[in-house]
Write a protein that binds this ligand. Structure first.
Ligand code: UDP
Ligand code: MG
Length: 344
């Protein structure tokens, strides 16, 4: 167990009052093969616990039989709640849909591909009961990842932490338990480009880590391709820092100062030595360099404006197609008093 910062001492009397119930949020995207084992293991944990559980599975526009399998389970397990999004919105938004639905005093976020062992919840809950507001699953080692991915990941975290005011760690992911107060804070952050790690760091609260080994994915493959990870990394930087813009201002100032010095130099040189026509090369270099920098930063400003545009539209984060309550309605029902019968 590793401590970021001791939140509350279990033995002291400042233990916070806890709202009851545990909500477990599981985003599912094409996880048909994992659902049975995941829910069987989760049910064992829930049944053995003294707490009341609700499991919220968010189907993020799966194209396989995930929703059907979830419905089968909901029919026999009352604690299971389902949210079916109208299309694939991405994991970050699916988690939000789950958080909006969750009612528990503590909310656990976990993947549905069994890379987050459900049995660890016991330890999470015990630490929450002791007074910790956030309990995070900490990956013991990342050796399962390829060398390229590890290097890229390290480079990203170093750069992010240089730019952002809130530092994040590359060992902590979405597998975590949050107290109701933390959940309410996260729910108030409704931005569209959601970089969850940054959001968790931004809301603060003391956290405690529980180390675990990430098992190999048993079924299917990861939805996060290198390209998607790169987009996410980019999203994260732009949402949590405006320092790139400041670098633009700084570079502009340096270039302007350089130009002034060069201008004075050439003016004096011309006054003393007369007009010197050659100088095409230096002129071209300066023009190309400056217009390159200008265009690059114009593009960067455009990126930020694009994000403002996305936010300002104020669209809902997600659209729900149906929930577990709608499954009953979908069953064939006898319709009393049909018009044809009444006429007979
Ligand atoms: N997921 C999702 N929507 C997506 C992609 C993924 O809800 O668009 C879910 C997926 O079902 C899984 C979790 O997010 O429960 C993590 O996905 P994955 O295992 O592909 O990512 P990795 O573990 O490789 O980071
Ligand atoms: Mg996974």
């Amino acid at each position: 167990m590793t401590f970021d910062q001791p939140a509350y001492d279990a033995a002291s009397h400042d233990r916070p009052v806890r709202a009851s119930g545990i909500s477990v949020i599981v985003p599912c995207y094409n996880e048909y093969d994992s659902i049975d084992e995941l829910l069987t293991r989760l049910k064992a944990v829930a049944d053995a616990s003294a707490h009341t559980f609700e499991i919220i599975c968010v189907n993020d526009g799966s194209a396989d039989g995930t929703w059907r399998r979830l419905c089968d389970w909901a029919a026999k397990w009352d604690a299971l709640k389902l949210v079916d999004l109208s299309r694939n919105f991405g994991k970050e938004i699916a988690l939000m849909a789950g958080l909006d639905r969750a009612r528990g005093g503590a909310v656990v976020l976990m993947d549905s591909d069994l890379q987050h062992p459900p049995e660890l919840l016991r330890e999470f809950i015990a630490l929450w009961e002791q007074g910790h507001d956030v309990v995070v699953g900490v990956r013991r080692d990342r050796s399962a990842d390829s060398a390229v991915r590890q290097t890229a990941s390290r480079a990203f975290y170093r750069m992010f932490n240089m730019l952002s005011e809130v530092p994040i760690s590359n060992q902590q992911g979405d597998f975590r338990l949050m107290d109701r107060r933390v959940v309410e804070a996260v729910k108030r952050m409704r931005e569209r480009s959601r970089f969850m790690k940054g959001i968790y760091a931004w809301v603060g609260f003391g956290s405690v880590g529980v180390e675990f080994d990430v098992p190999e994915r048993k079924h299917g493959k990861t939805s996060f391709s290198p390209r998607r990870l790169l987009n996410l990394a980019f999203d994260g930087m732009l949402s949590f820092s405006t320092i790139p813009l400041r670098i633009g201002v700084l570079l502009g100032c340096v270039a302007a100062a350089g130009a002034t010095v060069a201008g004075i130099y050439y003016l004096i040189k011309t006054l003393i030595l007369g007009v010197d026509v050659p100088g095409f090369a230096s002129l071209m270099v300066a023009t190309l360099l400056l217009s390159g920098i200008t265009l690059a930063f114009l593009g960067l400003v455009g990126l930020y404006i694009g994000r403002i545009y996305e936010e300002v539209k104020g669209r809902p984060l997600y659209v729900v197609r149906r929930t577990e309550a709608d499954i009953e309605v979908a069953k064939p029902r006898s319709v009393p008093g049909k018009i044809t019968e009444a006429a007979e």
